[in-house]
Design a protein. Structure first.
Length: 416
């Protein structure tokens, strides 16, 4: 047991640099001998691809942001202001006039394109920060959950979100806040007071995922207002996580924009991290004929994933699954193309390889060949010719794109 005022001392020390990268990284054990086992064994082992986690700059920033936010929340536990706020929250529960005295500047957002790994980064950071699922404190006695994660209701229901917070707390502490709220038929105002009290006593930080739901609901502003009131009445940090759909919503009013200051991310660039990510993923091969990744394959993966890492994983996973099932047993451009055409067809409208953009019609012909640009080992980055530039030149000068590509770089034609 520890004193509540010393509760921050139980948090693990903040990591940085190579120590942080090593702590965040997850590389499942891989034995090349598995390639000689039965197809059923290899197909089940393929799921290890989804366990791989390679931290990026985004991962490091999210870790630091969450750690410092939790630290601020913990520093308020057991203070004189916290005791005064408990009295005010009780007044709210019994529907008397009350006020928030803890301050309301501890909200921030993490907004990023779907599939770039922000949820995985948040999960890894929280697992690293909160080594203990529950922190037991004495003087006064209480149990504190370092981080509670909930999802924003699809209809942005304020009452639904508040009840979900209580339910999550009950799951960890084996308490009955949720049942008591239902039994009392608590109003929204009563629930805000109750959840504020629970958060003040038992929650370090609250993470609200899928916050983009507020942008498409008439209750969106009400929900953000309730979260603001929750910050004022509990003093905890609230992190709102969502896709870029929510940006226009938060920009629509000053009071919303103030609550949405935080981190924003888009799809990845074709940089060293992306190339290294592809190389690591390619090591996990479960087909009988092992192949080595080339610069051309990396370029193809970027073109056909739009820089979204979850799509890269899906392509490599499904390409191997298809190769095992059809007996070809090789991970190459042909199997990757099959995975792209067969398994990712619903994403084709969002992922348009630049090589097709110059001559794309409303409907892609099934028999059209797909071309993949290859980069030689001795070629420097300064010598590389952009495919997009070649496409623009072909369109402007009415030159055959295939001949132009062949004259400027090695091209592999893959029948689709």
């Amino acid at each position: 047991m520890i004193n509540l005022s010393d509760i921050i001392n139980v948090l693990p020390s903040m990591k940085s640099g190579d120590d942080l990268i090593t702590a965040l990284e997850i590389l499942p054990e891989y034995n090349p001998e598995i390639c000689n086992t039965d197809a059923s064994v290899r197909l089940m082992a393929l799921s290890d691809l989804y366990k791989v986690y390679i931290p990026s700059q985004m991962s490091l920033e999210i870790y630091s942001k969450l750690y410092l936010a939790l630290l601020r929340s913990m520093q308020k536990k057991g203070t004189k202001l916290a005791v005064q706020q408990q009295n005010q929250n009780y007044r709210a529960i019994i529907q008397q006039e009350y006020s928030g005295i803890m301050g309301g500047s501890d909200s921030f957002t993490i907004i990023g394109t779907s599939g770039i790994g922000k949820s995985s980064a948040i999960s890894r950071a929280i697992n690293l920060i909160t080594e203990n699922r529950v922190i037991e404190a004495d003087n006064p006695y209480t149990n504190v959950i370092p981080c509670v994660i909930v999802q924003c209701p699809f209809d942005s229901s304020v009452k639904g979100l508040l009840l979900e917070v209580l339910r999550k707390v009950d799951e960890v502490l084996d308490s009955k806040y949720y049942q008591n709220a239902l039994r009392a038929r608590a109003t929204t105002d009563m629930l805000i007071g109750s959840v504020s009290q629970v958060a003040l006593n038992h929650i370090g930080m609250l993470v609200v995922d899928e916050i983009q739901n507020v942008a498409n609901s008439k209750n969106g502003k009400n929900l953000i207002g309730a979260l603001t009131q929750l910050i004022n009445n509990s003093g905890i940090s609230i992190c709102m996580v969502g896709t870029p759909e929510s940006i226009k919503f938060f920009e629509s009013a000053m009071q919303l924009a103030r609550r949405s200051v935080g981190l924003q991310y888009t799809t990845m660039s074709y940089d060293k991290y992306f190339q290294e990510f592809c190389k690591v993923m390619f090591r996990y091969q479960y087909v009988k004929q092992r192949t080595e990744i080339t610069d051309g394959i990396i370029a193809w993966l970027y073109e056909h994933s739009a820089g979204i890492t979850s799509v890269v994983v899906a392509l490599i996973h499904d390409a191997q699954e298809i190769a095992i099932l059809n007996g070809k047993e090789i991970l190459n451009l042909e199997s990757l193309n099959e995975a792209y055409q067969q398994r990712l067809s619903l994403l084709h409208g969002y992922i348009q390889p630049s090589i097709l953009q110059g001559k794309q019609t409303s409907k892609i012909k099934k028999k059209a060949p797909a071309f993949t640009a290859m980069v030689t080992e001795n070629e420097t980055s300064a010598d590389r010719i952009s495919i997009a530039d070649l496409v623009a030149k072909a369109k402007h000068e009415s030159i055959d794109i295939v001949q132009l590509l062949k004259s400027n770089m090695p091209v592999v034609e893959v029948a689709v």
